[in-house]
Design a protein around this ligand. Sequence first.
Ligand SMILES: Nc1ncnc2c1ncn2[C@@H]1O[C@H](COP(=O)(O)O)[C@@H](O)[C@H]1OP(=O)(O)O
Ligand SMILES: [Mg+2]
Ligand SMILES: [Mg+2]
Ligand SMILES: [Mg+2]
Length: 320
Amino acid sequence: MPLRTLYNMAQNKPLVQKLLASSYTAATKAGKIIRDIMSAGELGIVEKGINDLQTEADRSAQCCIISNLTREFPKVTIIGEEGQSQCDLPSDWVVPDGDAEILGKQCPEEYLNVKDEDIVVWVDPLDGTSEYTQGLLDHVTVLIGLSVKGRAVGGIIHQPYYNYKSVKNTEGRTMWGLVGMGVGGFTPLDAPKDKLIITTTRSHNSPVVVQTLEALKPDEVVRVGGAGHKVLLVLEGQAHAYLYPSSGCKKWDTCAPEGILEAAGGKLVDVHGDHYDYHKEVEHPNTRGILATNRTVDNAALLKKIPESVVSKFPKKQKV
Ligand SMILES: Nc1ncnc2c1ncn2[C@@H]1O[C@H](COP(=O)(O)O)[C@@H](O)[C@H]1OP(=O)(O)O
Ligand SMILES: [Mg+2]
Ligand SMILES: [Mg+2]
Ligand SMILES: [Mg+2]
């Protein structure tokens, strides 16, 4: 599409739709940066804490996403996993346009009057850092979540190494979703009937995770890295549920996955069945655990199977 036409199309669109379209192209560019750093082989690993790494790919991908979005949406709050530090955006990391397919959609009415101050964007520039450093590259995703008035309503999951044959032979894929508008970049699939497949952490296991899995009696447990990757398995019906009774995940790990999953008819809640809040003052850790389910799964019925001795370890959401 000619650039001028795309520019004019974007001008007339509501803020949420423009943000989603620009997040799509920023996440896709971040995925290219992540691949380039792996190919060059200098990962620049820093230990942020116990079992908590950061690489040059995390830092550069965040620089690309936050600089591009801030340039276009200076009044929107954007919170990234790797902190607030300023960075110089190289000219070849600039993404001038949003995704044309998203800009071409009809925006649902509920977003027409949303203002800059109603929105918080949660950025995880590289989810699955531990797996990235170990060469489990298909576990890696780039997550950009959009929240409106505290609720996760949509976002982007970009998978830089989708179906990769070799580090140099892939383009990745970019998935999007917005509650009320739908999803794109993938096909949501049902989970198999008469079976229970649960995906959970591979790098942050704990006795509580093991105890909870035993109580749910799944037919299969799929241990993979990354919150984004596990929600992808749920979205595409390779798992019925993603269960993580732990407080390790943060708001940037769940905002995009929750928004896209709910746009596809699924659900992501804490172990009490409540949604997380995503407004700008909220604490970053998801202290109440995670249960995400495929659109065919009864989320409440699974929640009931989590033992009370586990549920009671987690605080209940404060009602305002
Ligand atoms: N204890 C923890 N410390 C830091 N990050 C965590 C922790 N537990 C989970 N995470 C984040 O949540 C994601 C999903 O966790 P897991 O793979 O263990 O299920 C991880 O990839 C990591 O995100 P990130 O890689 O962006 O730092
Ligand atoms: Mg991290
Ligand atoms: Mg993460
Ligand atoms: Mg990360």
